[in-house]
Design a protein around this ligand. Structure first.
Ligand SMILES: C[S@@+](CC[C@H](N)C(=O)[O-])C[C@H]1O[C@@H](n2cnc3c(N)ncnc32)[C@H](O)[C@@H]1O
Length: 297
């Protein structure tokens, strides 16, 4: 019987990862401490020191990621002294020098972010999810994240014009051909690189959890069942929890004992066949993952 492994470790990821072999992981998806944030609990790295702090860690990520793997980095620079700090931009440039390809940038649009206004800007409603790869040929399962055609299909496709049904270059002169008619009679379309998700997490015990739907989206897009997922800044355990529910093996690391124990208590290895039973039950009951059977230890 195959087990889904969820290996939760306590420590600094740069040290913990040294015991892992090269090319182990299919996906690294993580949200590191943001510069200057949460200095009372963890993190608190000065924006000017952020790149130097991050690079030894990303060097380990580069080593343990498979050549076909993907690294998703959820991060957002704050505004300070009336300006956005440039440490995320500096980090992107430094990661490229380290050997990463900066393949894509997804925008996580926080659908339900709280209202607010500052004298010279509006509220923050999005975060970056930067995609890095080791090679141009990486695993990507685009069909796994297709979305319902929705209203666009109802309105735009019903009023197809002459230009729509033949392949033509856009009038803006971008040279990008399109053929909207190809999408007629289809229920599903590929999403854009803007991911619209609510922020609520249901987890009140960690100050910066991301919603389960965020790692879930990237796990669907970049991995298959039995693949290996890493979150080197695990926090409350969200990535490993989701990976497990989706039949992926995972490793999660956190430097804080409190978060390590929190994750450990909610994540246990599960038997694959029980997971499959649970998933097929879920299909009929719309309660997927609600009763994954845990292995007793
Ligand atoms: C933004 S939080 C991650 C939240 C997580 N995505 C979740 O859903 O709960 C960042 C986490 O990184 C941890 N951390 C900070 N420095 C670390 C390091 N050097 N190695 C491992 N974990 C670290 C912090 O303790 C914190 O829990």
């Amino acid at each position: 019987m195959r087990e889904i492994k969820a290996d939760i470790r306590l420590g600094d990821c740069v040290e913990v990862l040294r015991s892992f072999a090269d090319n182990t992981f299919d996906l690294i998806v993580t949200s590191p401490p943001y510069a200057d944030s949460r200095s009372k609990t963890y993190g608190g790295i000065k924006p000017d020191d952020y790149v130097a702090w991050f690079l030894p860690r990303s060097s380990e990520f580069l080593r343990v990621l498979k050549p076909t793997g993907t690294f998703i980095l959820n991060i957002k620079e704050k505004a300070a002294n009336g300006e956005r700090h440039t440490y995320v931009l500096d980090l992107i440039l430094s990661l490229r020098k380290q050997g990463w390809l900066w393949t894509e940038e997804f925008i996580w649009h926080k659908k339900n972010c709280y209202p607010g206004k500052w004298p010279n800007r509006f509220r923050d409603a999005w975060e970056r999810c930067l995609q890095f790869n080791k090679s141009k040929k990486f695993k990507m399962l685009q069909d796994a994240v297709r979305v319902p055609m929705g209203e666009w299909a109802q309105t735009r496709l019903k009023s197809l014009g002459k230009n729509d049904v033949i392949r033509f270059n856009s009038q803006a002169g971008s040279g990008f051909g399109k053929n909207i008619a190809n999408w007629l009679n289809r229920d599903l379309a590929y999403p854009t690189n803007v991911i619209h998700l609510a922020t609520e997490t249901g987890n009140k015990n960690h100050s910066a959890t991301f919603p389960k739907s965020l790692p879930e989206w990237f796990i669907k897009l970049f991995t298959q069942e039995d693949d290996w997922v890493l979150d080197p800044f695990l926090g409350s355990g969200t990535t490993c929890e989701v990976a497990q529910e989706m039949g992926r093996n995972s490793v999660g690391i956190d430097i804080m004992a409190e978060y390590y124990h929190m994750s450990k208590s909610k994540i246990k290895e599960v038997d694959r066949f029980l997971l499959e039973e649970s998933a097929s039950y879920g299909k009929h009951n719309r309660k997927r993952n609600s009763h994954v059977h845990r292995k007793k230890h």
